[in-house]
Design a protein. Structure first.
Length: 167
């Protein structure tokens, strides 16, 4: 016999959004480990640098910053009851990740252009949150599609940033 816990809608929204924010913050540590391993394993040629600065961050950051939301959503699929819930919770995951990532960069000397990066993380994670909404409905193809769209946008963003710094 399974027991169902009834939780008020406002509490559900708070929990899923808090999980999204906490997951976004925790993802910083996971992503730094993966990116450090990638950097250590690649050479100093142009392709390796592009992979480290362009591809690896996009492929690791997008799924990992959604981890807290994924845990909440797949534990309680009904908690992501609309596309809007997925978009908002995903955006919060990206906002927390982007905010913490940018804080580290700004402490290291980067400028306020990092605000645009926060917006990119917020937007791509919103798309990932839309994917998680579909995953909660067992539409796994759509879930994967939206996460790959987010990865593609992130990769395009990183590629543009690399190109601009080379000018």
């Amino acid at each position: 016999m399974t027991s169902q816990i009834r939780v008020k809608s406002s509490t559900v929204k708070f929990i899923t959004r808090a999980m999204a924010v906490l997951g976004g913050m925790a993802a910083i540590v996971i992503v730094l480990i993966f990116e450090a391993l990638a950097i250590a394993g690649l050479g100093k040629d142009s392709l390796s640098i592009y992979l480290c600065l362009g591809l690896v961050p996009a492929v690791t950051e997008e799924p990992f910053k959604q981890l807290g939301l994924m845990i909440a959503a797949f534990k309680q699929p009904k908690w992501i009851s609309s596309k809007g819930d997925g978009l908002i919770a995903g955006a919060l995951a990206g906002l927390s990740f982007g905010g913490f990532e940018s804080l580290f960069y700004i402490m290291g000397g980067a400028g306020l252009e990092r605000i645009l990066t926060i917006l990119m993380h917020t937007g791509t994670s919103a798309l990932g949150g839309l994917g998680i909404y579909h995953g909660c409905r067992r539409e796994y193809g759509r879930m994967v599609l939206w996460i790959w769209v987010a990865i593609g946008i992130h990769l395009a963003w990183n590629s543009l940033a690399i190109l601009i710094t080379q000018l």
